[in-house]
Design a protein around this ligand. Structure first.
Ligand SMILES: NC(=O)c1ccc[n+]([C@@H]2O[C@H](COP(=O)([O-])OP(=O)(O)OC[C@H]3O[C@@H](n4cnc5c(N)ncnc54)[C@H](OP(=O)(O)O)[C@@H]3O)[C@@H](O)[C@H]2O)c1
Length: 337
């Protein structure tokens, strides 16, 4: 088969670099162009020397790219920038967006958290790219909006439980912790080594914008508090729920949903998911435990924010959009230790 011609827009950032790492070993993809902004004109190896073993195109400005013959553009851009750039791309190009811009169908809800939306006209074309839930719609979509990293770790365990009516959806508390790459590569004071290392901090305690997409997908409000922890990659979400069934029935709902899924695994009873087990992979590991209060349960879910939480899920969605086996290029095991 002809290779899929791909452009990575935002290739100099963390998710762009992870996408490049994944696509370079994908048997059906050819990288046609790498796009950046302040880093345009540089070689990608000037920023990431680990790509030195491969011959790659220079980083370009977007207007230097010829989109003739391009099949797919991965947009690894800050939110708001993403929608303006996607609106300007030829309609013949399929788009896989990693930013928040097209994740939320309710524009008022989007604007409450992110500010004005400048591409409302193409928003209805976008499908929420949580693969295991929206696979059929992703197959036919031109624009796929990959979920946020925190939402991926929260929605994968919760949606099957809500669908099975196994939990009270109005009593959900998610406590999530992310590694520092979750905030991207641009300079921010709180991400300096001295500020982030050897400490853990909660942030956005009264409300975080990632809750908007979770609320839309779950159809209810919930409590969500994110934390920054001093590791490079990984997210762990510990989720407290009130059961409407017994624990075994809730566990079975999760096991039934994911028994044939290549990337989402419900661990054996009692096994505790840890971020080390998913580092560098497209896996989400989940478990559900008896809660400390009668009638409650505690769920633990882990992903790699740069992989299942962004670039890995983006490749999984590309495989679906181009009728390839969904696991193509993605079946690696975790980097451990
Ligand atoms: N990091 C994560 O774990 C994660 C997970 C899920 C989703 N996301 C989302 O994915 C997106 C990218 O995140 P990231 O962490 O990769 O960010 P990042 O490291 O800050 O990278 C941003 C990239 O966008 C480029 N860029 C900015 N403005 C541009 C423009 N006008 N034209 C072309 N390129 C432009 C930057 O280029 P220069 O380097 O040249 O300035 C850089 O390559 C964000 O929307 C983020 O919310 C991130």
């Amino acid at each position: 088969m002809n290779k899929i011609s791909a452009v990575i827009i935002g290739a100099s950032g963390y998710t762009g670099a992870e996408l490049l790492r994944l696509l370079l070993v994908h048997p059906h993809v050819e990288i046609k162009a790498l796009v950046a902004d302040s880093n345009a004109g540089k070689e990608i190896t000037d920023i990431y020397p680990h790509f030195a073993v491969t011959k790659l195109p220079k980083l370009l400005k977007l207007d230097e790219v010829d989109f003739k013959g391009i099949d797919v553009a991965f947009c690894c851009l800050p939110h708001a920038t993403s929608q303006k750039i996607i609106k300007s791309l030829p309609k013949t190009v399929k788009v896989i967006d990693l930013a928040a811009d097209f994740r939320i169908q309710d524009i008022a809800l989007y604007e409450k958290w992110y500010g004005e939306h400048f591409a409302k006209d193409i928003q209805p074309e976008a499908v929420y790219g949580l693969t295991e839930i929206h696979r059929e719609k992703i197959k036919k979509a031109r624009i796929v909006a990959c979920p946020g990293c925190y939402p991926t770790s929260i929605l994968l365990p919760l949606l099957p439980l809500v669908a099975a009516n196994a939990i009270d959806k109005d009593e959900i508390i998610a406590d999530s912790k992310s590694g520092v790459t979750g905030a991207g590569r641009s300079l921010k004071q709180h991400l300096l080594f001295t500020e982030a290392n050897e400490g853990v901090s909660a942030y956005s305690v009264t409300g975080h914008r990632h809750s908007a997409e979770v609320v839309e997908q779950l159809g209810t409000n919930f409590t969500f508090v994110p934390h920054l922890i001093p590791m490079n990659r990984g997210i762990i979400s510990t989720i407290y729920v009130k059961l409407k069934t017994d624990l075994a029935t809730a566990r079975k709902a999760l096991e039934d949903k994911y028994k044939n899924e290549p990337f989402v695994k419900v661990l054996a009873n009692g096994a505790i998911p840890a971020t080390h087990s998913v580092r560098g992979t497209n896996y989400c590991l989940i478990n559900i435990f008896e809660g400390q209060k009668p009638g409650n349960a505690t769920i633990v879910s882990v992903i790699d924010n740069l992989n299942k939480g962004s670039s890995g899920q983006a490749v999984q969605n590309m495989n679906i959009m181009f009728n390839l086996p969904e696991t193509t290029g993605l079946l690696e095991t975790a980097i451990f230790p």
